[in-house]
Every structure is written in C-alpha cells, then in structure tokens.
Design a protein around this ligand. Sequence first.
Ligand code: FMN
Length: 516
Amino acid sequence: MSGPKILLVVGGGIAAYKSCELVRIIRKEGGEVTCVVTEGGQKFVTPMALAALSERPVYTTLWDLKNEVEMGHIQLSRQADLVVVCPATADLLAKMAAGIADDLATTLLLATDKPVMAVPAMNVRMWQHAATVRNVQTLRGAGVDVMEPDEGAMACGEYGPGRLPDPLAIWQRISWALGLAPVEVAPVPGAQRDALAYPGMPRAPEPDDDLGLGGLSGGMIARSLQRAKKAISFSFDEPAPASTSPSVAATSSLTAAKGSARAAPPTDPEALNHLTSPHGDAVRPEPFDPLDGQPEFETPAHRPLHGRHVLVTAGPTWEPIDPVRYIANRSSGKQGFAIAAAAAEAGARVTLVAGPVHLPTPSGVDRIDVESAREMAQAVAQALPADIAVMVAAVADWRTADVASEKIKKRGAAPPALELTENPDILATVARSPDRPRLLVGFAAETEAVIPHAKEKRARKGVDWIIANDVSGDVMGGDANAVHIVRGDADVVSLPEMPKEDVARVLVKRMADALA
Ligand SMILES: Cc1cc2nc3c(=O)[nH]c(=O)nc-3n(C[C@H](O)[C@H](O)[C@H](O)COP(=O)(O)O)c2cc1C
C-alpha cells in the first residue's frame, strides 16, 4: 500500500455522518484512513460504521490499556501523513486553539508532528461568534489548514456559512495538501506546497516547502501554503462565496448510493480499538452495509431535486450544407450528459435534448435527439416549463443560409461560397420566455479572458449563472473539466479540475441548494 495515510478525527456535529462519505472517497482514491471518533462524534456516527468503511480499527478513547502500553495516542498522531478533523466542531476548534488535551482526539492533535487540516461545520452564529473567529485565526496562524465552511440552508433551519463542505471538496483539499492533485488555478506567488511523494500517484510539480516546525502550534501546513489554498477557492479579484464546495461525493450518487463498503471488519466491539489479526487471517463476516438504516440516507433531503423538472441540452449541433456535409464543433456532450445523470440521481425528472453524440442515455433521463440548432430550439421550447434549465450544448452560431438539396459538386478551382446566417439564440430565448425556469444556467466555452467573457455573457443573455470553462486545452472531448461558476459580477466560484461527472454533481448540488 503506497497511498497516503489519513488520520480522521470525527467531532460531535450533525455533519459527522458525512465523514462516512469522506472515508469512502479516500479509500476509493487509494488512501488509508484511520478514524478517531470523539465522544460527541459517537452520538452522530457509530464507530462500527467507520470501522466497516475504513476497514481499520476505530479509536474512541484515550484510556485504552492495550494501546497505551505502546503509547497509542502518540503513535497514532505520528503514523499519518495528514490529520484531518472533520467535522471540526466549535468545541474542537476551541480546544485545539487553546491546546487542551482532555480526550484522545485533542491529545493526539497536540502530540502530532504532522500537518493538520480542520473542516468546520456548525450553526452560522457559532461560526461567526467572536470566540470561534478568534480560534480559527489562532489555528490558521499556527499553520492549521482550516477550510472555509459552505454557505447555505442548515439543519437547524438557519441560513449562512457553517455547512460542511462536500466530502469531494474535502478530498480535493486533502489531495492538494498532500501534493497528489494538480490544481488548475495557480497558487498565489511565492506559495509552495509540501508535496509528499507517493509511488504511482501524480506529484505536484512544485518544490518542497520546508515546514520545519511540528505540533499543533508549529508548522502543520505552512502559512504560504495556506494562502495558496485560498487561491483554490477564491482565485479571482472579486470576493467569492465560501468554498469551492461541491456537495456530493465522487463515488456515490446524490441519493447516497449504498453498498460500496467491502467486507466489514470484526464486529466484536472489543475489536474496535484493536485488530484481531494484523496478518489478515481473521475470519471476516459477511459484507454488510454500515449505512443501512441510517434515516438520513433515505429521506427526500438526499434527493434534493425530487419533484423538479430539469432541462439539459448537450452536445454539438450539425448545420447542414448539403445532404452529406455539415458545419459542426468538437463538443462531445459528456459534460451535459453527466449533468443530466446527476440531476436524475438527485431525484429530478430530466429532459435531455441532445445533439448528435455517441453517448448512452443516462438512467432515468428522457432524451430527445436533435441535429441542428433550430431543431434544438424547438425541442427546448416543447420541453418547457422546467424548474432548472442547464444549457450545455455547443449550439452553432451560424448555419448556411440555404441548404443545397443535392451534393455540391467541385466546379473547377473555385470553392463554393457559403453564405451564413445566424442561428436562434436558444439561451436568450429561454431567458425571455414566459416559461423561464427559476434557475437558468448557461455554459460559456472560452479560449481566453474566460471570466470577463462569462460575466459579459451572463448579463447579455439574462441568465442566472454562467458556467465558464477554458476550452483552449483538450476539454472538448476530454473527461475532465475545470469550471468557474459565475453567479454575479462579484460572485465567482472556481472549482479545481475534476472528472466531468464530479463537476456535474457539484453543479447539481449547488443548483438544488439554490432552489431549496
Ligand atoms: C443535535 C446536535 C447537533 C450539533 N451540531 C453541532 C455542529 O454541527 N457543530 C458544532 O460545532 N457543534 C454541534 N453541536 C454541539 C456539539 O455536539 C458539542 O459542542 C460537543 O461538545 C462537541 O463535541 P466534540 O468536541 O467531540 O466535537 C451539536 C449538538 C447537538 C445536540
């Protein structure tokens, strides 16, 4: 095993259940996770669930005689490459800032010589309370990488910053901190990253940062790195909201698909803090789903688009010249199809108007195939009304004024002159329609000045959001995408490069939040 080793401290917040998803993602990405759950954390998520998902013992107490023979709390704090506190409650942040060590989690956080990352989640007032603000400042000053929480509706019914960022965003931050993932947005000048090398995993191209200090008050993650990380979330001159915050996990659907846990570890409660066989010869029980019966995973809250109609366009359009030739573009349709799939997973009724592409129809999606821009415009008009429209298709701006009924023949040396005429502007038409969806999202594929062009397009077309991406590379047809969500002139969220399916899940989650 050569992946990164994460020590995950699960605090006592309502978002603790999402640590299960984080464990899944880290495992899927080839990492090892060892969990420590505070007493408060155990009120929200069971050590058994975390043990099953991590396939490792879960540690719950400082007062464990066997482990303390080997000074378990010190060992634990040293074996990891990165200590991640998630969720980091107000209480844990306060204890970390004050250097309190009154349980296993806080003791190992004080004893560690490894980088520490904290992912806060709490009520908006708790997050904005002067004491928490001070504690976060103290921790950041000491080099702890404290993520910004997401903004949105909270479990307590209030609204604001304080929500746990999506587990996928947390994983991206972890992998970036460990130097595993390339990030599209350039770090601020002078910032360096403490890239740790894992054989077989991509390594960040920057030189090592000399962290020097150890321990909670030492150089867990250098401050320069801290600034660089801010650049991931807020990479542009305008203030951007909270975090990069995707909201659903890479491995699962928005409906929190179950069953990806492999064989469970021993179910003997005694074994939670000990491996029954470190050599792996212990008899493993039948696989089971540790999330089974957790009501949060079954409620409509996890199908946030239930009852909504989402209209998606995808792919290129073909504008005929004659019976055999056409004008086209390089759009593969992958991003739009992924968005349609993610919206269906989130419980929406989805209509996908697709240009000519060779992609399978995502399950649960109604697909209408079209060829030209005018056909697409008509299909879109017929599909309205919708609660959300996401216009991803790369609609040709122009078509030939006349379509020849016979194949145009070569005539001597002179090539035929094609007279072009403008195609209908589908996005602007939907924006002006009496059936305008509550949330209208357009895409802008740009090759330069991506954000300014996107802002201009947003205003010109009268849409709510523009998802902008730089297509000067191999985005068109590729499997990954790095997008900027432009929701206003001073509201731009930049996501790092990620698979198009993950971009889709992030966008769908944000759209669901916007409609909630
Ligand atoms: C239902 C419920 C939900 C809670 N959610 C949060 C939360 O999201 N964030 C937080 O900081 N505290 C939350 N608290 C308060 C913490 O549980 C409490 O401060 C606890 O001492 C934290 O334990 P820890 O230090 O092990 O994390 C919640 C309490 C209850 C009863």
